[in-house]
Design a protein around this ligand. Sequence first.
Ligand SMILES: [Zn+2]
Ligand SMILES: [Zn+2]
Length: 173
Amino acid sequence: MNRIESLLHIKETSWLTLSARLFSRTATAPWNACLPFQGQHNRDGYGVIRVTDSDGRLRQMLAHRAAFITAHGAIEDDHIVHHKCFRRDCVRVSHLQAVTHAEHGKLHAAHNKKLKRALPRYWSRKRLDEIEIVTIAELTRIGRSTNWISRAMKLDRATVRRYRRNFEQSIAA
Ligand SMILES: [Zn+2]
Ligand SMILES: [Zn+2]
């Protein structure tokens, strides 16, 4: 029942502006850094954008899938658009990769294993989810301040500080 998502299924007037609409909803980011979508997000933290399909129906599409389509034209049937950066709201096309369900499972299993090994302190706390932890680590790595991270991720500063400290300790070790 998986619907092939492609430019062909998006109304021409809509897809011509889709790319512009997508990328007007991102902050500027250094070359090849994550491009977090700043429009609407769903409950799971994925960006969502409205498109008009070829039947003229308005429907919501995940922003990263839309970004992939603007670059590649289509997502192959039964493929998942995976975030190589593991950041759900990222729409940087070079961070996206279409993979099968099986490949996707393997990618995430390998990532979780790496995370457990590299960041045991994070893992044992289990207070933030994997994505939040990776995001804090990544933002710390690119030099964002505690205040910036706390505002952007809607987390209190003490929590961000605690995870940053752990991150700095684990990369120093
Ligand atoms: Zn990214
Ligand atoms: Zn994935």
